[in-house]
Ligand binder design. Structure first.
Ligand SMILES: Nc1ncnc2c1ncn2[C@@H]1O[C@H](COP(=O)(O)OP(=O)(O)O)[C@@H](O)[C@H]1O
Ligand SMILES: [Mg+2]
Length: 151
C-alpha cells in the first residue's frame, strides 16, 4: 500500500492517466470514496492514458460505459444507484470483468463480493486541501502495476 496526495483535480487526473498507460488486459480498478472525492476525475484520466476516443461523462445514469478506440477497451462503471446485486449481471458487469480490457468501478465497496479478488484498490479522501489517495494491489496480478504507478 502506498499513499499519494493530490492538490488539484489535474494531479488526480494525471495519476489516472499514468495508470491507463500502464494497464494490462484484465486490469480491474476499484475506486472508493465519497461523493466529490475525485473518482470520476481519476477514471477520466485512465481513459486519457488509454487514449480512448469517447468523451467520458459521469456514469451516474448509465451504470457501465464502454470506451473504445484506445489501446485497450475501457469499461467505466458506477454502482452508486444499484440496490440489488442481481442487477449487476443484467448490466453486464460480470461480462466486462471477464473480458480482457480495463474495468474501473466507482462505489465498488457497495458490492465487495462481486469484485475480482485480484484488483487495484484506490481510496480517495478529502483532506484540508486536495485529496489523499491510498493505492494497494489485492493480489499478485496487480502488484507490479501498483509498484510502477507508485514509483
Ligand atoms: N485533488 C483533487 N482531485 C480530484 N478532484 C478534485 C481535487 N481537488 C478538487 N477536485 C474537484 O472535486 C470534484 C471531484 O468530482 P468527481 O471526480 O466527479 O467525484 P466522484 O466521482 O468521486 O463523486 C471535481 O469537481 C474536481 O474538480
Ligand atoms: Mg463519480
Amino acid at each position: 500500500m502506498w499513499h499519494h496526495f493530490t492538490n488539484t483535480a489535474e494531479e488526480t487526473f494525471a495519476l489516472g492517466e499514468r495508470l491507463g498507460a500502464l494497464a494490462f488486459p484484465g486490469t480491474a480498478v476499484s475506486l472508493i470514496g465519497d461523493l466529490g472525492a475525485g473518482k470520476t476525475v481519476f477514471a477520466r484520466g485512465v481513459g486519457a492514458g488509454l487514449k480512448v476516443c469517447t468523451h467520458m461523462a459521469s456514469p451516474t445514469f448509465v451504470v457501465v460505459h464502454t470506451h473504445e478506440g484506445g489501446r485497450l477497451p475501457l469499461w467505466h462503471a458506477d454502482l452508486y444507484r444499484i440496490n440489488e446485486e442481481e442487477e449487476l449481471e443484467q448490466l453486464g458487469l460480470y461480462d466486462v470483468l471477464d473480458a480482457d480490457g480495463v474495468v474501473v468501478i466507482e462505489w465498488a465497496e457497495r458490492f465487495p463480493d462481486v469484485l475480482p479478488t485480484d484488483r487495484l484498490e484506490i481510496t480517495l479522501e478529502h483532506s484540508a486541501q486536495g485529496r489523499a489517495l491510498a493505492v494497494r494491489a489485492t493480489g499478485p496480478r496487480h502488484e507490479a502495476l501498483s509498484k510502477s504507478l507508485g514509483g
